[in-house]
Design a protein. Structure first.
Length: 187
């Protein structure tokens, strides 16, 4: 983007170089391998690369910087190596923790029934219950974590670096680490 342009032209789509990703159903297993060449080019452009302005007839140092990353929750989770909106710690900004519950499902192809873990994120314990909920389960709900939405515990960059430790050799230990932190790798 040319910073010598007036502000109304500076943010014109013609003055940006967008990079778009749409993984879809056949998304790559390792998105970083696709982003690595782009990141290397950005590092070079941050320092400046020699270029030639044909209109002015003069060489200049071309510089560019990454200004914005945006995307939906699943896309950002993949990019940042997070467990995403269905994980125990779904948010990339805060440490709100989910309460575990099970969903019974029927597989489409095999028609077999199974259960899977889901999480939900209550700001406070429920006060009303549907009919049929036992007293024991109602008591258990009273011990759910409570969150003050205006003062959620925030994540830090250092947390992302410390919490993910790929040196765990035991698969179960690594899975527990991922579940407890929501971080699946270095972004």
């Amino acid at each position: 983007m040319n910073l010598n342009l007036p502000p109304e032209q500076r943010y014109n789509a013609n003055n940006f170089l967008p990079l778009g990703l749409s993984p879809g159903p056949s998304q790559p297993k390792d998105m970083d391998s696709f982003l690595d060449p782009f990141i290397k080019e950005l590092e070079a452009l941050d320092n400046g690369v020699p270029a030639y302005d044909a209109f002015e007839g003069a060489p200049f140092l071309l510089k560019a910087r990454l200004v914005l990353l945006t995307g939906d929750t699943p896309g950002f989770s993949k990019l940042l190596h997070l467990s995403g909106h269905i994980g125990k710690l779904p948010c990339r900004f805060c440490r709100i923790s989910g309460c575990q519950y099970y969903i019974t499902f029927r597989a489409k192809k095999t028609r077999r029934e199974g259960q899977k873990v889901q999480y939900y994120y209550p700001p406070h314990a429920p006060t009303k219950f549907p009919p049929g909920i036992s007293e024991g389960l109602r008591t258990e709900y009273c011990f759910l974590p409570r969150f003050n939405i205006s003062q959620l515990p925030l994540r830090s960059h250092d947390e992302f670096l410390v919490e993910y430790d790929p040196t765990h050799h035991m698969h179960a230990q690594l899975l527990a680490q991922i579940r407890d932190s929501g971080i699946k790798g270095h972004s």
